[in-house]
Design a protein around this ligand. Sequence first.
Ligand code: SF4
Ligand code: SF4
Length: 275
Amino acid sequence: MKKTIKIRAYIQTFFFLLIAAISINHGLEESGQGIPFLSAASLHALCPFGGVVTLYQTITTGTFVQKIHESALAMLYSVIVLSVLFGPVFCGWVCPLGTLQEWIGKLGKRIFKKRYNRFMPIFINSKLRYLRYLVLAWVVYVTAKSGVLLFVNVDPYYALFNFWTGEVALSALAILALTMVGALFVERPWCKYTCPFGAFLGIFNLFRIFKIKRETSTCIDCGACGKACPMNIRVDKNKTVRDHQCISCRICTSEEVCPIPDTVEFKTGGGLSEN
Ligand code: SF4
Ligand code: SF4
């Protein structure tokens, strides 16, 4: 539906502003000037990825990795339930770093027009997409071994909402800058190639309940849905999208994209073998 794209844009803006406000408020709280109706929680307590990195320590010792709070685990469980139902909606509708990359991408689209998001050679692009699973394995391993949240030193999400505090490592600021420049050429480069949380949530695309499905009997093979996908998924070549990179943004199901109504839909049904 056309409306979906607009509603998604509002929801993304809402979460971006909310996280920014909470992050600023956390700094104000420390100097005794917090905004009363906003949570004083730190970004670590509100980030569901904290739940992933602390999981090993919590299961084995019952404690949390330094700076991680039990709220991160509660958030992780909620995000998992949503992902089982609808796929990685956290990435496509909530994550403020994804939203920022999309906003920068709008400028990239104006500059490069149809060439935008198509600079990377297909064979490199298809391999590079698995890099984020190596990053995920590295983060979980080093955190489990050290008991310290070392990922924060390279985390652009943390850098984005704390760059003014003087607490952010230069390496994290550099990765944030690289991500923002990269988003001018490639749609959501951090999500596509590096994000360990996106990698984790991407696994749910294999068996989520509500799926992106293309009705082959009405499809006219124009390829518009594949071209519109920010994650370069060939929706037009699949009956059911099970790609680990789908972020459930639902751009492909929009009437604005597919000229034939009800041809790409978001619905249940279809087993693992159907494609
Ligand atoms: S396949 Fe559709 S829902 Fe998934 S990322 Fe691409 S456009 Fe978004
Ligand atoms: S946009 Fe619609 S008609 Fe075109 S290829 Fe995709 S599903 Fe088929």
